[in-house]
Structure formats: C-alpha cells, structure tokens
Write a new protein. Structure first.
Lengths: 225, 89
C-alpha cells in the first residue's frame, strides 16, 4: 500500500503509450475473481432445486435482497436497470474488501469512481429522455428559462459529487492505513491494524457502497419520473 | 529556497483550514442522527424507512466535508502552484 498510484508497465501500441497502473491491475484482478464466481454460479444454476440449500441459498438471498432494494427505491417500472447496479454494488464493495489484503482499492482512484459516476450520469440522461421525452428537456428550463444555467450546473455537479464522495472516503481510509503502516514500528503491525481495516474498509466501504448505489438510483428515479 | 519553504508552510496551513469545515459537517450529521433516533423512538415501526433516509441525508451532509478533505489532499500531494514556483526558481 502506498499513497501514490504506482505505474506497473507501459505498453506501446503504435506510438501510443498506455500506462498500466496499479488501479487497472487491481480492477482486472477483482473482475477476474468476480467473473469466476459468476461462472461457477452459472454452472451450478443447472442443478438448482426447488428447495434451496447451501450455495444456492446464498446466491438466491443476495439476488433477492438486491431486487427488493431496487424495487423499493426505483419502483416496479424502472427496476429493469437493477442488474447494472447490482454489478456496481458487488464491484465497489469487493474492492473495499480486497484492500483488507493490502491490495490498493481501485475505488481509491478518481478514474474508477468517475467512470462509475459518469455511467450513472449517462444512464440518468437516457432514462430521462426515454421515459419523459420532451418533458425531461423542459425540466431543464425550470420554473423560468432564466434558471437554465443553474439547472445545467446542478445536473453536471451530480456525477462529480457522486464520484468525489466515494473517492474521498476510500482514499482517506487508504491514507490513514498507509500512515499507520509507515509510522509505527514492526512490533505493533500485527493484529492492531485489523481493527482499522475493519472500520475503514469493511464498515465504511459497506456504507459508502450503499450510499453510492442508493443515490444513483434516486437520481435516475428523479430523472425518469 | 526560502520562498519555496514559506509556500509549503502556507500550503499546510491552508490544508488544515480546509479540513476544519469538518466541524460544521459533523455538527450537521449529528443533528441528522439525533432527529432520526428521536423519530425511531417515537415510531419504531417506521425504523427501516427512517434509517435509509438517514443514511442518504448523512451522505448528502458529508459531501462538503469530503470536498474539504480533497482540497487538503490536493494541496498537500498534487499542488499545481508548487510546480509553477519550482519552474520559476
């Protein structure tokens, strides 16, 4: 763990430098593990029984909890976008959990969180235009056309505040743990950091993931209704 | 060299000032939680709705604190002004 995001390799493709940073490597590592779990779940899906037990129980419980959560926040009509946010939820939370093992969380890089928040922004605009058509465009001109710049800034600030919120929380945990590892003698680096990891990675990670997803869903609901 | 040192000192003071907006942020968050606990005590059957609304409100109130933290971090680790000053010297 370190404060800076290290650069692992530089790949040259036709004179174009592509920097493979720690963030990209960790993102692909987490993606690989998640895809592996998904493939295992897909293979096991064939011999799922009517009465769930064991592995099937866990998978069904997770999917059902998230489905209920999405229907509650989005309403039945819009809940077809729930799978994307399930993916975001699992990715963001597992990246927070993996930082327990000393892997720098990909969400402690603004590029990752901005990509996720920008996806929310695009989804919000497209859902607004899909479900409200002209009405959505009219909502930008607020109570009076003079409010258009204010409304535009308000909309553009959404992905920025959404991404900064997650980024700031994850980065602060990373910085505090790096300072702890860097400043204390080796003697107290066993056992005690577990408490710090439990708070800054597991608890704060869970709360921030929940907040990221629920605020994204609220933006989308506001735009589409 | 002296001017660089004084700029770095000012940057650290500015980072500390930027972080001090955490006082008001924490105050606002404490009010949200106090109100939420009061409502839950009054209506325990609505606890789930109140709790989710409380978390969203806490996140909204936290935004300004996070902005202050990011400004402090940018000033300390990625300050563009120091590069300009180093180029000038």
């Amino acid at each position: 763990m370190s404060l800076n995001i290290d650069n692992l390799w530089v790949i040259n493709i036709a004179g174009l430098e592509i920097w493979i940073t720690e963030t990209i490597f960790n993102t692909w590592l987490i993606m690989f593990i998640l895809i592996l779990i998904a493939i295992i779940a897909r293979i096991k899906l064939k011999n799922f029984d009517e009465v769930p037990k064991g592995f099937q129980n866990i998978i069904e419980a997770i999917v059902e909890i998230f489905d209920n959560f999405a229907v509650n926040t989005l309403g039945k009509k819009l809940s077809y976008i729930a799978p994307w946010y399930f993916m975001v939820f699992v990715f963001v939370y597992s990246s927070a959990l993996f930082s327990v093992f000393g892997i720098r969380a990909p969400t402690a890089d603004w590029a990752t969180t901005f990509a996720l928040a920008f996806a929310t922004f695009v989804l919000m605009l497209s859902m607004g235009f899909k479900h409200q058509r002209g009405e959505y465009l009219k909502s930008f001109f607020g109570p009076h056309p003079i409010f258009f710049p204010l409304n535009l800034i308000g909309e553009l600030a959404k992905p920025i505040s959404l991404s900064f919120r997650l980024f700031g929380n994850m980065l602060s945990g990373t910085i505090i743990l790096t300072l702890y590892y860097g400043l204390t003698p080796l003697l107290v680096q066993f056992g005690i950091p577990a408490l710090l990891h439990a708070f800054f990675d597991v608890i704060v990670g869970a709360i921030q993931t929940y907040i990221f997803v629920i605020i994204s869903l609220m933006y989308i609901r506001n735009a589409a209704e | 060299m002296e001017s660089l040192a004084s700029v770095i000192g000012v940057v650290h003071i500015a980072a500390a000032i930027a972080l001090s907006n955490g006082i008001l942020t924490t105050f606002g968050q404490s009010r949200i939680v106090a109100q939420a606990i009061e409502s839950i005590a009054r209506q325990p059957e609505a606890a789930d709705d109140i709790r989710s609304a409380m978390f969203v409100g806490l996140a909204m109130a936290e935004t300004s604190g996070i902005y202050g933290l990011l400004i402090a971090i940018i000033m300390l680790f990625a300050n563009p002004l120091i590069n300009i000053l180093v180029n000038l010297l």
